[in-house]
Design a protein around this ligand. Structure first.
Ligand code: SAM
Ligand code: ZN
Length: 143
């Protein structure tokens, strides 16, 4: 995977705490950035999730790649871990993720869905499963 990461920075977000904004304009379907972290088994991720909660880390940097594996960007991650979620397809999100297998290992790549202007916050749909205990989404979508 030789594609170049786009020029991005993190800053305070209107959606939640920190977010990632574009420092260059991005064309639709461009590669934006890889979601880097430690690839761990689901059971390890579950244990870590509880530990992080106890430590008071209120953001989750765990990204599920398939039924067995999760990428944990909590301690060893890149800028992509600060990209917030959005669920309204009408306005946002402006990015989406692709899980690709590179040399036998699943990796997470983030692509743009549409033209993104300089200064625009990046978002993608986390596609969280529906759960009993709901977390309110602050992306500003009407639905
Ligand atoms: C991968 S982090 C994103 C970066 C995060 N804003 C931060 O400052 O660390 C994911 C966490 O951000 C928060 N988050 C992301 N998108 C959100 C949204 N649309 N509404 C509410 N919270 C959101 C949740 O706490 C989630 O666990
Ligand atoms: Zn939302």
């Amino acid at each position: 995977m030789q594609a170049r990461t786009k020029s991005l920075k993190f800053q305070r977000s209107k959606i939640h705490s920190w977010g990632v904004i574009a420092l260059q304009s991005i064309e639709p379907e461009d590669f934006v950035i890889e979601y880097i972290g430690e690839l761990v088994r689901s059971k390890v991720a579950d244990l870590r999730e509880r530990r992080y909660e106890k430590m008071g880390i209120d953001s989750s940097y765990l990204f599920r790649v398939d039924a067995e594996n999760v990428v944990d960007a909590t301690k060893h991650g890149g800028l992509a871990r600060f990209i917030n979620h959005s669920c309204d397809a009408r306005i946002l999100p402006n990015c989406y993720t692709k899980i690709l297998t590179v040399e036998g290992q699943k990796r997470i790549f983030i692509y743009s869905k549409k033209h993104i202007k300089v200064g625009e916050e990046l978002t993608y749909d986390y596609k969280f499963p529906f759960e009993e205990q709901k977390i309110p989404c602050l992306c500003g979508a009407e639905r």
